[in-house]
Design a protein around this ligand. Structure first.
Ligand SMILES: *Cc1c(COP(=O)(O)O)cnc(C)c1O
Length: 444
């Protein structure tokens, strides 16, 4: 029996309500303003997708339910697989992998198994451009490959001649991101595919930047053998804070029998999860993965249709180029891709007398209630700001954002920014701890 009264805080309902309301207002989201984090595609996700993902049939479905009772849902996954295959030019997709990185890992394991079946065990090198997202070399290394870095040229593009020098009888494949992390379309992608194939390797397409290509061009037509998509970037799942995602992996005809299980089969109009795939690398995630994310993607694709998806990419590319061109070119020069149009994002340098200008500008934007772009990435650009407005934003918002960046830059060089940020609920954060999470301790 309790001897003393419990030490519960004695607060009124109103006080508690205010506390949580205040906390919620310290948050930022795309529903409050533009969230132009380059490489992340923080687009607005239509509420109808949320409503469908939260519908009774979805919410109450159980993964161990008899297939007979979830034919509708399985039919949706079957159709989604067909749509993703059509969008990318692949033969089949496995939907279960839960993130881009997990799709990559599945893809390189498939390449490993395919080469083993061909008697090419000695092929143990994966080519990865120096502009790649960090998950690419990590996935290849986790799958047991040696990572061979391909240098980009001075314009930030990978040249077929550079690939030719590195491709050999040791090459298992190449992981390639198009458009690349600088937002540039790789102009020699077809020749590079040919070089790698001629050397006996396979081509992996990192499809995280597919928001620029929907309905425009397809990795399958560019010669890729395996791809992943980030449904949580391109297809309507919010992904701040590391929530559930989906990184389905697709394969060309010759690699489809290696896809992770389950696949969704639909013979004679009867849908089922198929675990009986000849040379599968096995399951990487329970059941069909994060099914609510899959359902949102399906709703998004059906909502927009083929021409709507193509419009998404047109608008995303237009917005990125418009915003980039609205910046003062003296203040925000580009180090790569001079004279080239951007795709879904633009990377600029912050020009100032002292280092640290990009971070100062990012914080000056926070002071104005705006979310900053991605800073200091990719590593091959100094004082980088990586800006991806997405297709969601109206013209006035793009104008306002460009104006804010131009003004903040003028204040930066005039020495008038001071110790930004001044107006945020948290002032100084420990940036060393933030980027070395092993040492990160959360204090309240
Ligand atoms: C986001 C991203 C990834 C990784 O995807 P996750 O879902 O975060 O694991 C891989 N490549 C590129 C180019 C990306 O932008």
């Amino acid at each position: 029996m309790r001897r003393e009264g419990s030490k519960l805080p004695e607060l009124s309902e109103l006080q508690v309500l205010r506390h949580f309301n205040r906390l919620s207002q310290m948050n930022f989201s795309v529903e409050l303003g533009m969230y132009p984090l380059g490489s992340c595609t923080m687009k607005y996700n239509p509420k109808v997708s949320e409503a469908i993902a939260a519908s009774d049939g979805m919410r109450n479905a159980h993964p161990l339910q008899h297939e007979e009772t979830v034919q509708g849902l399985l039919g949706i996954f079957y159709d989604l697989e067909r749509a993703l295959s059509e969008i990318t030019g692949m033969s089949r997709f496995s939907l279960s992998t839960a993130a881009g990185a997990q799709g990559e890992f599945a893809g390189v394991l498939m390449i490993r198994k395919y080469l083993d079946d061909q008697g090419s065990r000695e092929r143990d090198e994966i080519l990865v451009p120096d502009s790649a997202h960090g998950t690419n070399p990590a996935s290849a290394a986790m799958a047991g490959f040696r990572v061979v870095k391909v240098p980009s040229d001075s314009q930030g593009l990978v040249r077929a001649s550079a690939v030719r020098k590195l491709a050999s009888e040791k090459t298992a494949g190449m992981m390639f991101t198009v458009p690349n992390t600088l937002g540039l379309f790789e102009t020699e992608v077809a020749e590079i595919s040919e070089e790698v194939h001629r050397a006996g390797g396979l081509m992996y397409f990192d499809g995280a930047n597919m928001n620029a290509l929907l309905g425009k061009s397809r990795p399958g037509d560019m010669g890729f053998d395996v791809v992943h998509l980030n449904l949580h970037k391109t297809f309507a799942t919010p992904h701040g804070g590391g929530g559930p995602g989906a990184g389905p992996v697709g394969a060309s005809k010759r690699l489809e029998k290696y896809l992770p299980v389950p696949l969704v089969s639909g013979e004679g109009g009867r849908f089922a999860l198929d675990y009986d795939v000849e040379r599968t690398i096995g399951p990487l995630k329970g059941f069909v993965g994060n099914s609510a994310v899959l359902l949102r993607a399906y709703a998004y694709i059906r909502l927009l249709g083929a021409s709507g998806l193509s419009d998404v990419s047109s608008l995303a590319v237009l917005a990125a180029n418009y915003l980039w061109r609205s910046l003062d070119p003296e203040a925000f020069p580009v180090s790569h891709g001079k004279g080239l149009r951007r795709k879904h994002e633009a990377v600029v340098s912050v020009k100032s007398e002292f280092p640290g200008g990009a971070m100062k500008l990012a914080k000056a934007l926070l002071d104005r209630g705006m979310h900053s772009p991605t800073v200091y990435f990719p590593l091959i650009v100094s004082e980088a700001l990586m800006i991806e407005p997405t297709e969601s934003e109206p013209l006035e918002v793009l104008d306002e954002y460009a104006r804010a960046l131009n003004e903040a830059h003028r204040a930066l060089v005039a020495g008038e920014l001071g110790d930004v940020p001044h107006n945020t609920s948290v002032g100084k954060v420990d940036e060393v701890k933030a980027s070395h999470p092993a040492t990160l301790k959360v204090h309240w």
